[in-house]
Design a protein around this ligand. Structure first.
Ligand code: ZN
Ligand code: ZN
Length: 411
């Protein structure tokens, strides 16, 4: 029997990392005064249709929706905010003296599985209700950044944007629509569809043609109302006073409809295209939209699988190369010195006489990214056998090609 596509077991060999992630996250969140809330995995489909937005990719094509035995349409939660808002309204949490919550748990989206993207994935997120002071916007960025730093995830950049509100965004969307209509022939099929329903989403389309057109699109900052502008400027001031560096990205839009005024993403380039580590923003209309009293809200969420992947790179590895030296002569030394000169990476050459099997065991215990296997056979062919310990793949390369590849790898 096979596991479902896009799903993954977390085995005992990996569970330590998860415990560590959860422990560091919890400690950081609690130290900022946030309290844990656990909401059900399954909710009425209506909640997400209304809360996330009918025209979003999530609601249109990615939800696990089915009829239960009493013919009620139910959905596995695709994100955390709508459920926490529902719980806040349902349980009259406005009566509690504290307003800051966090959650850790599984989410479900029927997406095309790829590296770093699963159909059941996990998120750590926070939600804050009833505070419109821009200080709280800065606080959640500060909290997010602190949590990532405690997880020893480096090389991060913070991008922020003002996304407007009910009063100023419609005007902006009209301008966007006009602009993109002029360039309709250059847009992808998805974006042609988005043009009428949700032109904001064209701004974060990954398609090359769309990206080129989006570069010169009107900016929300030129259309934001005074209220949104003031709020955004105040958030920036608070971030500066916290010494938090950020980049203003006028085209940063989030995939969800409910955001208002302030949105942000924390991004790393270490994971290739899947670079967003955390994302969030303000959603001042959502609680009312889901049947509660008009209440401002703000939050962010972070993908656990990505965090785990990044923690990995940073933490566990002690060496970049382990040279499994099986030959008597200097071929291995020669390779090691070339690697050091070309890449400046951490290289461990094995001089103890051991079997290949015991060297592989040792390399694994030491925490090594690559094992370069060099024996008589390789020497005679002027090649190397390379095992990538992360992906468990093994390939033989001509020495020159290997060295060229390794130089490029660390650029
Ligand atoms: Zn506004
Ligand atoms: Zn597109």
């Amino acid at each position: 029997m096979e596991i479902l596509r896009g799903f993954k077991d977390i085995l005992p060999t990996d569970i330590k990392k998860w415990h560590k992630l959860e422990e560091i996250a919890r400690n950081t969140l609690e130290s900022f005064g946030y309290k844990e809330i656990r909401t059900p995995l399954l909710e009425k489909t209506r909640l997400f249709a209304r809360g996330v937005g009918e025209d979003t990719d999530i609601v249109e094509k990615e939800m696990y929706t089915f009829l239960d035995k009493s013919n009620e349409s139910v959905t596995l939660r695709p994100e955390g905010t709508a459920g926490v808002v529902r719980a806040y309204i349902d349980n009259h949490l406005e009566n509690l003296p504290y307003k800051k919550y966090y959650y850790i748990g599984a989410m479900f989206r029927y997406e095309r599985p790829q590296k770093g993207r699963l159909r059941q994935f996990h998120q750590i997120g926070v939600e804050v209700f009833g505070i419109d002071n821009p200080s709280i916007d800065a606080e959640i960025v500060h909290l997010d950044k602190t949590m990532l730093e405690k997880l020893k995830i480096g090389d991060l950049r913070i991008e922020i944007n003002n996304i407007g509100c009910d009063r100023c965004r419609p005007e902006y969307i009209k301008k966007l629509q006009e602009y993109f209509t002029q360039h309709k022939d250059k847009l992808c099929e998805d974006c042609k569809r988005r043009l009428n329903k949700n032109p904001l989403r064209i701004l974060d389309c990954k398609n090359k043609g769309c990206k080129t057109v989006a570069k010169d699109a009107p900016k929300i900052t030129d259309y934001a109302c005074d209220n949104c502008k003031n709020h955004f400027n105040n958030v920036k001031k608070k971030l500066q006073s916290l010494n938090i560096e950020f980049i203003e990205n006028p085209y940063l839009v989030r995939g969800l409809d409910y955001y208002t005024k302030f949105v942000f993403e924390i991004i790393t380039d270490k994971l290739g295209a899947q670079g967003t580590v955390s994302a969030g923003g303000r959603y001042d209309g959502l609680i009312e939209q889901l049947g509660g009293k008009a209440t401002p809200g703000i939050g962010f969420a972070s993908g656990c699988e990505r965090l785990i992947e990044l923690m990995d790179e940073e933490k566990e590895l002690l060496f970049d190369y382990y040279i499994a030296n099986l030959s008597e002569d200097d071929y291995a030394l020669d390779i090691a010195s070339k690697l050091i000169n070309l890449t400046n990476k951490r290289i461990y050459v094995e001089y103890e006489k051991r079997s290949l099997k015991s060297m592989m065991k040792k390399a694994d215990r030491m925490g090594t990214r690559f094992v370069v296997i060099v024996g008589e056979n390789e020497k005679n062919k002027n090649s190397v056998l390379v095992k990538d310990m992360k992906n468990s793949t093994q390939n033989e390369y001509d020495l020159k090609i290997f060295l060229d590849n390794e130089v490029k790898r660390w650029l």
